[in-house]
Design a protein around this ligand. Structure first.
Ligand code: ADE
Length: 233
């Protein structure tokens, strides 16, 4: 069955965009998943197609209107649609590989791309939206975050990646950064591939990679290194 993504946005022309290329794009063309863009503006009630208004309480920017979003969400995902509904916003819980895996195992997603200074918070409660952030920085809208979320899910769908590729992220999923990789030529601008990788000793190679992964994790991501066991993300 096709994994279905419905993306609600005021820029529907941005989809599938970069998701039409590479691994995700091949899977899209093969019908392993689908990506439907829904123009929020079509659900505006007035002739100016207004989707936003000034924030209650004052302040800068504009807020996406709950009534317009409700109509768009109800059209994209009528009652009984089993797909989780996600709002992409820097206010959300951080996206993790385990959440991506769970989403990829389900029927698909309905993704609302936030814009402007935010969305009317009442839509989050009224339509049970799960607020997700892709990182501690502010994008100009949720569209680029939607690319990130959908790419991460698409590559995990059955038949998209080979066994080898999925093996390559096991250490990441176990809470370690990847070990460094090398390929030919053996010497590049005076820098040689580490001898151990050319030794043919699989045990030594594995031990070296493990040590390098642990070192990178300690140096770059002490937050990950502090965690132990299967709860690592
Ligand atoms: N919209 C703006 N910034 C975002 C972020 N960091 N994550 C998800 N959606 C966003």
């Amino acid at each position: 069955m096709t994994w279905r993504a419905s993306v609600l946005t005021i820029f529907p022309e941005l989809f599938p965009g970069p998701l039409a290329a590479s691994l995700a794009g091949k899977a899209l063309a093969a019908g392993i998943w689908s990506c439907e863009a829904i123009d929020i503006r079509k659900f505006a009630a007035d002739k100016h197609r207004t989707v936003d208004d000034t924030p209650a309480g004052g302040g800068p920017g504009m807020v996406l209107k709950a009534d317009v979003l409700a109509r768009a969400i109800d059209a994209a995902a009528p009652a009984g649609d089993p797909r989780p509904r996600i709002l992409l916003t820097p206010r959300g819980r951080p996206l993790t590989q385990s959440r991506v895996r769970a989403l990829a195992e389900g029927p698909g997603v309905v993704v609302v791309c936030g814009r402007f200074e935010g969305v009317d918070q009442r839509i989050v409660e009224a339509r049970s939206l799960e607020e997700i952030s892709i990182g501690d920085y502010v994008l100009s809208g949720g569209e680029v975050a939607a690319y990130v979320l959908l790419d991460a899910c698409a590559r995990l769908l059955p038949g998209v990646m080979g066994e080898d590729a999925s093996k390559a992220e096991e250490s990441f999923e176990a809470g370690l950064l990847e070990y460094p990789q090398y390929t030919k030529p053996q010497v590049f601008e005076g820098r040689a591939i580490p001898d151990v990788l050319l030794s043919g000793d699989h045990g030594k190679v594995a031990a070296w990679r493990r040590a390098e992964a642990e070192r990178a994790t300690r140096e770059r991501r002490p937050d990950l290194a502090r965690r132990k066991g299967p709860e690592r993300e």
